[in-house]
Design a protein around this ligand. Structure first.
Ligand code: PLP
Length: 379
C-alpha cells in the first residue's frame, strides 16, 4: 500500500479529515460575494458560530489561516500603554510572543519548558508586579500536546483586576471545553481546520463586549473593526474565501447536528484511548500526563527509532499519516491528532500498524496491548 491522500487514515494535528458533505459544499461555481445568496450564507454562519464557541457574542470569520486570527486579535487589542504578558511553553506560545512584540514594546514573557504547563502562580507573580494591561495565552499547545490550565490562569487574571485576556484557542475550540464567559475571555481565536473539521484557511474570532469597545486599528487587512461593521449586514470588508465559507457553513451544520457537548466528549474519549494505547506500546507521552491534550497526543520516539522508521513507514506501508515534532522536537516526538471527525477506526488502524512496526523492530513489550486498549475504550 502506498500513501493515497483520498483514502489515508489521516491523523495529523490539523488540518484534520474533512467530511464528504463539507467537501461537496465547496465544489460550486463562483458566487457574487456582494449578492443576496452569499449574504444568506454569511447570515447562517453568524447564526451557527455560537455552536462552535459554546456561547454567543461578537464573532468574526477571517479569510486566512489561524495565524491571521492571532494577528487580527493582537494588532487590534494589544494595549499601546502598559505591560503585556505572553505565556509561552511551546512553538505556538513563542509565535504569539513574536506577533505581540510587533504591537507592543513592553512585553514580558512568562515561559515554562516545553512539555510543562504554565504555572498559574508564575502568572500571578508577574501580575503582582503591576501595570499589566493584557495577558496572551495559548490554551492548547499543539506543538507539545499539552493543555494549559486556562481556567486557573483566567482566575489569576480576574484576581489582578481583569486585564484583557487574549487566547489562542486554535487547537482547543470545538475540541476542549472552554468557558469563554465564565473565565472572562476577551478574545479567542479558533481555526477552521481543527476541532471543527473544515478545510484550513479560515480564522474564527470571538470577542467580548469589552474587547469590541477596545478595538483599535493596527493591521489594515486584519482590522477587526473593519470586519465587524459590515458583518451587521452579513457582508465582509474584502473579497472573502467564498468556497471556504461554504465549507464552514456545512461543517458548522454538522457540528450542530452532532452537538458541541458530544464532539467534546468524543474527542476526550479518543484521547483517553490514545493515551492508554501509547502505554500499551510501551512508549512515553511527551508532556506531563496530567496536562496531556485531548485534541493531540505527543509521544516520544523510542530510542533508536525516528521519523524514517516510524512515520515514514506508517505512511508508505499502511497509508497512515501522523505528524512529527516541530522546532527542537523534530525527530524526537510524533503526534496524533484526534479531533474533529476522527473516530475509532482511525485509532484501530493506526495502533495496529504501530504494533507491527515496533514488533518488527523487536520493540513491542506486549503484543496486542495497544489495540486492546482502544477496544476497551470504545462505546
Ligand atoms: N496556534 C496553535 C495553537 C496552532 O495549533 C496553530 C496551528 O497548528 C497555529 C497557532 C497556527 O495556525 P495556522 O497554521 O492555521 O496559521
Amino acid at each position: 500500500m502506498t500513501f493515497d491522500p483520498e483514502t489515508a487514515t489521516f491523523l495529523i494535528a490539523g488540518p484534520v479529515r474533512i467530511h464528504p458533505r463539507v467537501l461537496r459544499a465547496m465544489s460550486t461555481s463562483s458566487l457574487n460575494h456582494r449578492g443576496d445568496y452569499f449574504h444568506g450564507v454569511v447570515r447562517e454562519i453568524r447564526e451557527l458560530l455560537p455552536v462552535m464557541f459554546g456561547t454567543a457574542g461578537h464573532q468574526v470569520v477571517l479569510s486566512g489561516s489561524g495565524t491571521s486570527g492571532l494577528e487580527a486579535m493582537y494588532s487590534s487589542l494589544v494595549p499601546r500603554e502598559g505591560r503585556v504578558l505572553v505565556l509561552a511553553n511551546g512553538n505556538f506560545g513563542e509565535r504569539s510572543d513574536q506577533i505581540v512584540r510587533r504591537y507592543s514594546t513592553n512585553v514580558t514573557t512568562v515561559s515554562a519548558p516545553w512539555g510543562r504547563p504554565i504555572e498559574p502562580a508564575a502568572v500571578r507573580a508577574e501580575l503582582e508586579k503591576g501595570d499589566v494591561r493584557a495577558v496572551c495565552v495559548v490554551h492548547n499547545e499543539t506543538s507539545v500536546g499539552l493543555t494549559n490550565d486556562l481556567g486557573a490562569i483566567a482566575a489569576e487574571v480576574r484576581r489582578a483586576g481583569s486585564p484583557m485576556l487574549l487566547v489562542d484557542g486554535i487547537s482547543a475550540v470545538a475540541g476542549i471545553p472552554i468557558q469563554i464567559r465564565e473565565w472572562g475571555i476577551d478574545a479567542i481565536v479558533g481555526g477552521s481546520q481543527k476541532g471543527l473539521a473544515a478545510p484550513a484557511g479560515l480564522a474564527l474570532v470571538h470577542l467580548s463586549d469589552r474587547a469590541v469597545a477596545a478595538l483599535h486599528p493596527g493591521s489594515f487587512y486584519l482590522d477587526l473593526k473593519a470586519h465587524l461593521t459590515p458583518l451587521e449586514k452579513n457582508d465582509t470588508p474584502w473579497t472573502p474565501s467564498v468556497p471556504l465559507f461554504l465549507a464552514l457553513r456545512e461543517a458548522l451544520l454538522l457540528l450542530k447536528e452532532e452537538g458541541l457537548e458530544h464532539r467534546l466528549a468524543h474527542t476526550r474519549r479518543l484521547a483517553e484511548a490514545t493515551r492508554a494505547a501509547v502505554d500499551g506500546l510501551g512508549l512515553e507521552l511527551f508532556p506531563e500526563r496530567a496536562h496531556a491534550s485531548d485534541t493531540v497526543t505527543a509521544i516520544r520516539n523510542p530510542a533508536g527509532l525516528g521519523d524514517p522508521e516510524i512515520r515514514k513507514v506508517l505512511e508508505k506501508e499502511y497509508n497512515v499519516l501522523l505528524q512529527g515534532g516541530q522546532g527542537a522536537l523534530t525527530g524526537k516526538i510524533f503526534r496524533i491528532g484526534h479531533m474533529g471527525i476522527a473516530d475509532w477506526p482511525d485509532l484501530l488502524v493506526t495502533f495496529a500498524a504501530l504494533e507491527r512496526i515496533l514488533g518488527r523492530a523487536g520493540r513491542l513489550p506486549t503484543p496486542g496491548a495497544s489495540v486492546r486498549a482502544i477496544v476497551d475504550h470504545m462505546p
